[in-house]
Unconditional design. Structure first.
Length: 388
């Protein structure tokens, strides 16, 4: 097979990149090791920054989001049961949109097929070769047959456990990471959320997040130990703790729990995000704790910068944007890492915190919810910093 850009990974990053390239007249092939059914049922965060939702519309995949997505013009910060709403519309004139990541993937796959682009699922034994040459190669097995893609560039959109980042030689990539001393116990419930907007709830018992996939499907989280056994959390205990951490601020209605699991919390960045003709994007290059709701948004900003660099290369033979791809992305990545770390440390109880730490944290939350300047700073970062 011959193409201009070989894309490894059919998650939001890979699929959005293919669409952006298509609009610039650049050919691509996408390969994915998972099945199509798997990517449609992989429940992930679904909060899109203002510009992200606009981007889906601009590239022609926003129609269903416009019908089914939930625009939010603010969030609620709970402090031991007392709610404070941050009004994004008044503070910064921007919104966020709740629309499940798996729904974004479905829309992008449908668009890809309508475009007639190559998209292969359930590929095995993926390897990348000759990355510093002008003709890198992707080798893989599909339907029991060995195949190869000759391309000009390889886009590594294959996630944290993918093959692309580990294919960069030792000593080239520097890793920055932080493990957090807690995890999130998350459930998906057939019940309405307690509010039409998200509730970030700090309590002396620990953090809780009350969000949704729709107004009849709640996505709810509890801070817990990172090595907690989910077997120790029967449904009744989960609901009891969710009620306690919400307090009397809103009414939490219970429903059938469809999914539950525990997610560890970590921050991770790999620098640089490129090697030769290999360009990394999304989770293959960085992971953020979900408190800041940045994962899918960062993946989209990566591939937007990548598509601009590739378009400049093919249309004008400019290489400066490609050479600066990593630096451009990492400026945004590190701002998102800082914000996600800050949201995480301000909302969670840490096991080794002192009485001073506790009082300082309460004072910071009081300042955040009482100061228009502090509220606007959170809103600006939460709804999405400018792309340029």
């Amino acid at each position: 097979m011959r193409t201009q850009v070989g894309i490894i990974g059919a998650g939001p990053a890979g699929l959005m990149l293919a669409r952006l390239l298509r609009l610039q007249g650049i050919d691509s092939v996408i390969i994915e090791n998972r099945s199509e059914d798997y990517i449609y049922n992989r429940i992930r965060a679904g909060l899109m920054e203002h510009w992200t939702a606009d981007l889906l519309t601009e590239v022609g995949v926003g129609a269903r989001m416009a019908r089914e997505g939930l625009p939010h013009w603010g969030i609620n910060i709970g402090i031991n049961g007392e709610l404070h709403r941050l009004d994004f519309k008044r503070l910064i004139g921007k919104r966020v949109t709740i629309y499940g990541q798996q729904e974004v993937v479905k829309d992008l796959v449908e668009r890809r097929r309508a475009d007639g682009g190559d998209l292969l699922f359930e590929v095995d034994n993926v390897t990348v070769h000759e990355l510093t040459s002008e003709r890198p190669k992707i080798r893989f097995t599909h339907d029991g047959k060995d195949q190869a893609i000759d391309c000009d560039f390889v886009a590594g959109c294959d996630g944290f456990h993918g093959v692309c980042r580990p294919s960069i030689p030792d000593g080239v990539v520097r890793v920055f990471e932080r493990e957090y001393p807690f995890g999130w116990l998350g459930i998906l419930s057939e019940s309405p959320p307690p509010d039409h907007e998200l509730i970030y709830s700090y309590t002396d018992r620990g953090f809780a997040l009350y969000t949704m996939r729709s107004m009849s499907l709640a996505r709810l989280y509890l801070q817990c130990d990172p090595d907690e056994d989910i077997a120790n959390w029967p449904d009744a205990r989960i609901w009891e703790e969710l009620h306690k951490r919400l307090g009397g601020a809103r009414t939490l209605r219970e429903g059938k729990i469809l999914q539950k699991g525990i997610t560890p919390m970590r921050s991770f960045v790999a620098e640089p995000m490129q090697y030769g003709r290999l360009l990394l994007a999304g989770d293959s290059a960085h992971i953020v704790p979900p408190t800041g709701a940045k994962g899918m948004n960062l993946a989209f900003s990566d591939v937007l910068f990548m598509s601009r660099a590739l378009a400049a290369f093919y249309k004008s033979r400019r290489s400066d944007l490609l050479e600066g791809y990593s630096a451009t992305c990492l400026r945004r990545v590190w701002k998102a890492q800082r914000f996600s770390w800050w949201m995480t440390q301000i909302m969670h109880r840490f096991p080794e915190e002192t009485a001073f730490d506790h009082r300082r944290q309460l004072a910071e939350l009081d300042y955040l919810t009482g100061s228009a300047a502090a509220s606007a700073a959170l809103a600006e970062q939460y709804a999405g910093l400018p792309l340029d």
